[in-house]
Design a protein around this ligand. Sequence first.
Ligand code: SAM
Ligand code: SF4
Length: 325
Amino acid sequence: MPLLDSIGRTINYLRLSVTDRCNLRCSYCMPEDGIKKSAHGDILSYEELYRIARTAVSIGIDKIRITGGEPLVRKGIIGFLQQLAEIPGLEQLVLTTNGVLLEKMAADLRAAGVQRLNISLDSLKPETFRQISRCGDLARVMAGIEAAQECGFPIKLNMVVMRGVNDHEILDFAALASTSATTVRFIEYMPAIREHNWQRHVVPGTEILSRLSRQFTLIPLEQAAAAGPARNFRIPGVPGTLGVITPVSHHFCSECNRIRVTASGMAKGCLFDGSQSDLKPALRGGSDLHLAQALGAIVDSKPVRHQMTPEECHHQAFSMASIGG
Ligand code: SAM
Ligand code: SF4
């Protein structure tokens, strides 16, 4: 039986964060001095995270994305992923990473049963990459991408487009789809941290597409059911594809199929809605039924849509690293 929310959307996708720690400090994600870390006792153990995953699958979730912070910095992640991959009924186990640790971990991730990787990459120029990530080494990420490719992972790159920062690289990123079977997705900057004058960063999806169209012929790909928020395109004669994700200029809330759980056990029905529910009481003193009810309540209370527009937002500032993006 599909899991439906109060307006009939099918909810089959859980974004499960395993840590709020990160080895980068991306300017659009967190302040320069990082975020206040959750207290050690608040971070869920792998046993607790596993219980959430198993219970979520028992109520209808069939896709889990492991995220963070940077999920690959948490010790023991490979063993945890192995356990997740064996949950009966879990059809897709995928992971989002900044790629910094991928060179040495790609083979283990593949062997653990991770099916796909999303790799966040915002510049192909070492200096710009360092400026955006505040400390990252592009060469390490590129080596990680290569290692992942060699292990047989299909590669999906996510670029957060920011005007005046990396938007001049849109065509360079698109060219990556011309030379290899890479999916490149351009994501509108979201004002999570509510930076002053955040609107200046947003390059609307329509503008990204129009810039791409000047160089490439874009053929829209049919949207598979529950394919996610990207509008995807192919370029005739090339192996890769391009996608645009427009949470700000053109929200996709009517097709939203996801819930989120943070590394400290806060379940959320919407990234930009302040309401959340603490799963720790159900995890630490309750039965699986309590946990299933708590997850079900988050599905029931998913808002119809977020209230962010290209002009204004109303949420309390947060770091994506503390929720998982
Ligand atoms: N550390 C991993 C990574 O960067 O891929 C996983 C966690 S990160 C919070 C998940 C995703 O959120 C990344 O693709 C990142 O680019 C995206 N993200 C973070 N802040 C964002 C923002 N303000 N606007 C758009 N995307 C954002
Ligand atoms: Fe870390 Fe990912 Fe946030 Fe960058 S986007 S600071 S890599 S959690």
